[in-house]
Design a protein around this ligand. Sequence first.
Ligand SMILES: CCCCCCCC(=O)SCCNC(=O)CCNC(=O)[C@H](O)C(C)(C)COP(=O)(O)OP(=O)(O)OC[C@H]1O[C@@H](n2cnc3c(N)ncnc32)[C@H](O)[C@@H]1OP(=O)(O)O
Length: 157
Amino acid sequence: MTERAFQDYYPDDVSHCYGCGRLNEKGHQIKSYWDGEETVTHYTPEPYHTAIPGYVYGGLIASLIDCHSTGTAAAAAYRAEGRGMDTEPALRFVTASLHVDFLAPTPIDGPLEIRGKIKEIKGKKVIIESTLSAGGKVCARGEVVAVKMPDAMKPKA
Ligand SMILES: CCCCCCCC(=O)SCCNC(=O)CCNC(=O)[C@H](O)C(C)(C)COP(=O)(O)OP(=O)(O)OC[C@H]1O[C@@H](n2cnc3c(N)ncnc32)[C@H](O)[C@@H]1OP(=O)(O)O
């Protein structure tokens, strides 16, 4: 059986995010998984994700770090409660803060790997540290504060 990605557990009404929504046909549709205590996703940029020819646009890098981190926050919150992502009540996280350091130019001609680590999990907040690598070299580092989705943001039925 193929492992389901974190994002595959998001219900339809919150699956339209540009970075991670499986129902957003124009979006990145990233898929994040556990790898031991870390989380991982892979994404291959398109030629039009260019900053300077040959290198990836920083906004894409931020977007990948953002959505991998909010997915990681949700997965970590379920794991902390000792239950599966398909169980109720649903735990959904949004971005409160997104910080990205661009350490080296990111080559556009191959897959990118984003890895997340839980720095803190407390109450309705999860802080995730991440790296984005190309060809084994870390090109960007991120820190995201993810907070449980407020009721005001929940889609109306
Ligand atoms: C389910 C699929 C969704 C996928 C989402 C993909 C990622 C996204 O793009 S989401 C869209 C962008 N994000 C948004 O629009 C969020 C807009 N902001 C908000 O709704 C609110 O400010 C929200 C929910 C982030 C925080 O509000 P609220 O729930 O009242 O939090 P609050 O009680 O003040 O703070 C909770 C904790 O988070 C911390 N926190 C809140 N905001 C920040 C911030 N900007 N920076 C750092 N820490 C913060 C607080 O310090 C607090 O920490 P502690 O518990 O240690 O004291």
